[in-house]
Ligand binder design. Sequence first.
Ligand SMILES: [Zn+2]
Length: 281
Amino acid sequence: MTTTHSLINQLIQLQELVVANMQKKVSQPNARLDELTKSIKSLSEDVPQDIKAHFNRLLTKHPEAIVPVANELCSGCGMGLTTSMVQAVHLSNELNRCPNCARYLYYPEQLVERERVSRSYGEAKKTGISRFTSPELMMLPLKGTTGEEVLGEMCTRMQEEGFVADGAHLLDLSLQREAIISTAVDNGLAFPHVRGVEGGGLSMAVGISKKGVKFGGPGRTLTRIFFFVVIPTATSAFYLRLIAGLAKAFKDKDAREMLLQCKTEEELWKAVIKTTRKTFK
Ligand SMILES: [Zn+2]
C-alpha cells in the first residue's frame, strides 16, 4: 500500500520527469530518450490507474498536474480554497484536487518566496532575453569545482540581488531537482531550475565556469554554461519555450564561444543579449 504522502511525492517526481522529457525533446530533438522513458514507466507503475489517467490528461492541457497550495490559493489556476480544503491538503490523508481546475494539490513544506516581483515577463519596456534576466545575474567566473558548489554560488547571488528570499532553500530545492534527473544537456550546457515558486515572473541567472564542472551523469562532457531558472507555477509553460529558445541559440558553437570568451560580467550581459537576439524578440 502506498500512503498518500508518498503518492504525492511520486506524482511530483513523475511531473518533473515528464517535463524533463518534453524539455529534452525540444532542446535535443535527436537524443535518445530511453533512459527517461524507462524512469517514467517505472515511477508510474504503482500509481493507481485512475489517478495516472487523470494525471496524464491534466498534463496534456497544462504544464503541471500537481501544484502547491500557496496563500490558500491553488497555484495552478489562482482559485481561492476554503480553509477546510487547505487543511485537508495539509493533512494529506487522501489526494485532493482543486475544485476549479482539477489539478492535484499538495502542501509544500516551504515555498521559495520571490522578492522582486517586478521581474514579470509582461513588463512593457523590456524586450528579448532581458525580460527574464538582468545584468546583476551574470556570473563570471564561477569558482565552484562541483555541481553543488556552482549551484550554491548562483543561489547566493540570486538572494544577494533580491530575486529570492532564501538562497540556501533554493539550493536545496535545485539539488532535489538534480537528483531526479540531471539538467545537463549536450554542448556543455545545463538548465538547473526550481519550479513551484510563489508569485512573480521567471528569473534566470547565467554563470560561466571556465574550467567546466562534472554536472551530468557519467559520459557527459563538462558543463561550462549554466542557466539557472526560478520558475513561478504560472509561468511553467513559458519556461519550456525559454529553454527551447536557449538550446536553439546555443547549439551554435560561435554563440557558446562568445559567452565563454567574456572577461567581465558586463561583457557577459552584452554577449547574452547579442547571442539570443534572433531567438527572443
Ligand atoms: Zn486550480
